[in-house]
Design a protein around this ligand. Structure first.
Ligand code: SF4
Length: 617
């Protein structure tokens, strides 16, 4: 038995309706830790190259790590790993709430879904840890809220935790996520569409909080260290933002730095941002909240009554939703943003990508690329909440032009053609998050080199740049920051921790030793982060990705911002290439972004390239 783990991986073959349980090798766990790392190893080894992500050949992995659910701060996390239908790259999306902690309590390190069920199904892990595949045709088309309530009733456990897809996932919308506990979403990259393609509506888990199916190596020392860590770090000034407004405090920071996405990234300051700020949120907040045993407790429970959309009570909204569904679509009505957040959760869609798509469609409409007729009679004017509600439903149900929108910004641009790509804000098919790199240049590199397309969570380098003390408008020294954060986060997402925990390698190493008994030094953890990052690079290269896919959108490189502190800033092609060249050099990759032989040797990855096996063969 390996401490800190459930020591079970379930391979659930939906085509055959069979479940096989395997014990993971300690050597693999020690090298790839769990979560992202373990998922990357499994995906690399099991997936034949170049398969269609929505075919039964794709695999979908729910993975937790040695820290998941242990009571360490921000450890209520797990990841979903798959090949993304939005980007065709590796994809992992991190989520909180309670579901993944319950999966760990039930004694599973990973659930690997293979094939495709004949009809819509759900998977239930009962109190004994036994896995059942059950019929879900009676909840076909249900939103996430009704799905959760129905399935909890059905398994007779009100405390069961549910991960499910809404209509967007069932309709294979490329921005569909997997929603857990109604308002937490494994959002990015379309893992909900992969789940839909497998005819898998939900995964439900029952577990006993007082009887976890894993053991820690040194439980007393773990609890003692954890108590001290929480007292000294989590209850310090550093986390006051979480206790205050949570991530919505960033609305103010971003506007003050001039990089708040406004009207599809046309500007970096949103007039009236105060109306959608953390201060406004607080006036609708009923209480603070937290994911499973998390002492950071950054969440906000918010209740609003909208004149048109009625009463809504949600856990949220987060900064990204406010910025992308609000600022990027020109919507400055906080209550309308909350109601859209609730709708997106129920449909099971990523709010970052949805806001981006809507903003893009509004600009296409404004500039005459599409008409009212194309949109089924809708006038897609900036900041109209009715239009946004309608567009969200059109995407989720692939109705009319929604069928094109469901393919994402890149899909819309290729459908419209001409020069519409010039204001399509994406990388590799994944829409930009809510930080305009023209106000913080390193973010252009972070988005371009992210392993799953434009993602701010791989390297939130803005914290050292526009929100820190480094010059945001130069490119020198930025590759080092991005690499350092990517490697750190690769290991954080393997443990699995939340992004909001600012933890260093020393403390990670202590937590891991007390959980597993392994004495991995901080440098050995950093090495593993780098190794995981490079393994995923090999995966993406095997899929055919090259340097030309590590790009920044035309607008970000060529069009200056119109107002605010970053007014007239534009990154430019030469500056961007300078950052990218530096990044490849420091990574030990060649000019095309391929790891050099000596880099692969150092990371003990030389034999991996092109190797494919399947544990059930
Ligand atoms: S920091 Fe916030 S989002 Fe992260 S685990 Fe804790 S409560 Fe959840």
């Amino acid at each position: 038995m390996v401490y800190g783990y459930g020591n079970r991986i379930a391979f659930i073959d939906l085509t055959k309706g069979k479940v096989k349980i395997r014990k993971p090798k300690e050597s693999i766990l020690k090298e790839y830790i769990g979560g992202k790392g373990l998922g990357a190893r499994l995906l690399y080894d099991m997936l034949p190259p170049k398969i269609d992500p929505l075919s039964p050949s794709n695999i979908l992995i729910f993975a937790v790590g040695p820290l998941t659910g242990t009571g360490a701060p921000a450890s209520a996390r797990g990841v979903i790993v798959t090949k993304s239908p939005a980007t065709w790259t590796f994809n992992d999306s991190n989520g909180g709430g309670f579901f993944t902690s319950y999966m760990k309590l039930a004694g599973y390190d990973a659930l690997v879904f293979l094939g495709r069920a004949e009809k819509l199904s759900y998977v239930y892990i009962d109190h004994d840890g036994k896995i059942h595949i059950r019929d879900a045709t009676h909840i076909s088309g249900y939103g996430v809220y009704a799905t959760e309530d129905t399935l909890k009733d059905e398994v007779g456990d009100k405390d069961a935790k549910v991960a499910s897809i809404g209509p967007a996932g069932e309709n294979l919308v490329k921005i569909a996520g997997v929603v857990v506990d109604k308002h937490h979403i494994h959002a990015r990259g379309g893992s909900g569409a992969v789940m839909g393609s497998k005819n898998l509506k939900a995964v439900v888990v029952s577990a006993d909080k007082n009887n976890p199916r894993y053991e820690l190596a040194y439980p007393d020392e773990f609890n003692e260290f954890n108590r001290r860590y929480i007292k000294e770090k989590i209850f310090s000034e550093e986390y006051s933002w979480a206790k205050d407004g949570g991530t919505p405090v960033i609305v103010q920071w971003s506007n003050e730095a001039g990089l708040f996405p406004t009207k599809n990234f046309q500007d970096g300051v949103f007039d009236g941002w105060e109306d959608i700020s953390a201060e406004i949120l607080k006036s609708y907040r009923t209480s603070k909240a937290a994911c499973y045993r998390c002492t950071i407790a950054c969440r906000n429970l918010v209740k609003i009554r909208h004149e048109k959309f009625g009463e809504v009570f949600i856990d949220g909204p987060e900064y990204e939703t406010i910025a992308m569904v609000g600022g990027s679509t020109g919507l400055g009505d906080f209550k309308a943003i909350v109601s859209l957040n609730a709708l997106l959760d129920d449909m099971g869609m990523d709010s970052i990508s949805a806001g981006n798509i809507i903003g893009y469609v509004m600009e296409l409409y404004e500039k005459g690329y599409i008409s009212k007729d194309d949109l089924g009679g809708l006038e897609a004017k900036w900041g109209d909440p009715d239009v946004e509600h309608e567009l969200v439903k059109m995407i989720a149900y692939r109705r009319g032009f929604g069928d094109i929108m469901a393919e994402g910004v890149k899909g819309i641009a290729s459908y419209i053609g001409g020069d519409s790509y010039k204001f399509a804000i994406e990388v590799k098919g994944l829409e930009y998050p809510a930080y305009d790199p023209r106000g913080s240049y390193s973010m252009a590199l972070a988005y371009a080199t992210s392993d799953r397309g434009a993602c701010h969570l791989r390297a939130w380098s803005i914290v050292e740049e526009a929100f820190g003390d480094k010059d945001p408008y130069i490119v020198e020294g930025k590759a080092e920051i991005v690499i350092r954060l990517q490697d750190l986060n690769a290991i954080k997402w393997s443990m699995v921790w939340c992004d909001f925990l600012a933890i260093n390698y020393e403390d990670m190493s202590t937590y891991l030793r007390l959980a597993t008994g392994w004495d991995l030094k901080p440098e050995e953890l950093r090495y593993r982060g780098e190794k995981i990052w490079n393994l995923i690079r090999l995966f993406n290269l095997r899929e055919g990705f090259t340097r030309r896919d590590d790009y920044a959108p035309y607008r970000i490189l060529h069009e200056p911002l119109k107002s605010g502190p970053a007014k007239d800033k534009v990154i430019g092609v030469d500056n961007f290439n300078k950052m990218l060249d530096e990044y490849y050099r420091l990574r030990g990759w060649n000019k095309d972004g391929v790891p050099l032989k000596k880099t692969l040797r150092r990371l003990r990855l030389s034999k991996d390239y092109k190797r494919v096996w399947h544990p059930l063969n």
